[in-house]
Design a protein around this ligand. Structure first.
Ligand SMILES: Cc1ncc(COP(=O)(O)O)c(C=O)c1O
Length: 304
């Protein structure tokens, strides 16, 4: 991690190395934090944050699901995100707003503790999340089952959801794969460890409904809207493991992953084992959008 710029903590910009919390911070013990992952792209017209209002909305939605009383408004958080990016001076970056129950009462009930907020930003170049971006990722169907909303609110981007995701990701990597695909308790496809998933069969693009347990990804939404704007459509329906093996093409979407092709699942080759044409075309369309080259989607960019 290159320690560049400053970190915004509860309204103050502090030097990167000084952005510290107390060891008795509630979230450290009980996972009571929520966060966002946002990209800022180096476009030909300057640096631009992709879908900033949608990310801030999701942060507040996550906070509500954990009864967190945010001490800052959406406007203050949005302005603070822009400020943190500007102060960092990076053209391309990954931005991590985080809200967490802080230091105060130690016990399971955090609601009397302050909800502290930080915004960090670090260097992240386009396409840096490489597995599958250019050549195709090899994925393992995880032996870990995706937790669901009977246990925790899955539409919160909450740290507590990521222990499950990290187990799946580690298992996949330890077994020589690039990424995990998680099934839910009904055996239906939920998502990757940190990406939504799409399959293409006979030119029909399909993705699991959010009720399958995946996060309402902003990249997922962007891809669906790009497809629709270009005259196509996406069918949301439950997918089985068989659907994965039989697909002609598979891709995953996420802020970090962008549009990532999947060419193998377990020991099964997907389609001809190479990135498919539809995935390739969508990667290009998505890149055009984030780079500000598609005027129809310019409102998704916040130039800084
Ligand atoms: C579990 C999970 N699913 C899906 C996504 C994709 O969401 P987005 O496209 O908003 O980054 C992410 C990443 O944020 C994630 O962590």
């Amino acid at each position: 991690m290159k320690e560049i710029g400053k970190i915004w903590m509860n309204g103050k910009l502090v030097p990167f190395k000084d952005a510290k919390v107390h060891v008795l911070t509630h979230a450290l013990h009980y996972s009571t934090s929520i966060f966002e992952g946002i990209r800022c792209y180096d476009t030909p017209n300057g640096s631009a944050i992709f879908r900033l209002p949608e990310h801030v909305d999701r942060l507040f939605k996550s906070a509500k699901l954990y009864s967190m009383k945010m001490q800052f408004s959406k406007k203050i958080i949005s302005d603070a995100i822009i400020k943190t990016v500007q102060v960092g001076g990076l053209k391309e970056s990954y931005i991590r707003p985080l809200a967490y129950y802080g230091y105060g009462t130690m016990g399971l009930t955090p609601t009397t503790n302050n909800v502290d907020v930080s915004i960090s930003c670090w260097e992240w170049k386009m396409g840096e999340s490489e597995a599958g971006k250019f050549s195709g990722a090899k994925c393992k169907v995880s032996s870990w089952i995706k937790i669901d909303s009977r246990s925790q609110p899955m539409q919160a981007k909450a740290a507590s959801n990521y222990a499950n995701a990290a187990l799946a990701r580690m298992e996949a990597l330890e077994n020589g794969y690039d990424e995990a695909i998680m099934l839910n308790y009904h055996g239906k496809v939920a998502e990757g460890s940190a990406e939504n998933i799409f399959i293409i069969k006979d030119d029909i693009i399909q993705t699991p409904p959010l009720s399958a347990g995946g996060l309402e990804g902003i990249t997922r939404d962007s891809i669906i809207r790009i497809i629709e704007k270009n005259g196509g459509f996406v069918i949301e329906q439950d997918l089985e493991r068989d659907d994965l093996y039989n697909a002609d093409e598979i891709f995953m979407t996420g802020t970090a992953a962008e549009v990532k092709s999947v060419t193998q699942i377990d020991k099964v080759k997907i389609g001809n084992g190479k990135m498919g044409n539809i995935t390739k075309a969508l990667q290009k369309s998505f890149t055009d959008v984030v780079m500000g080259k598609d005027e129809r989607f310019l409102p998704w960019l916040t130039f800084i």
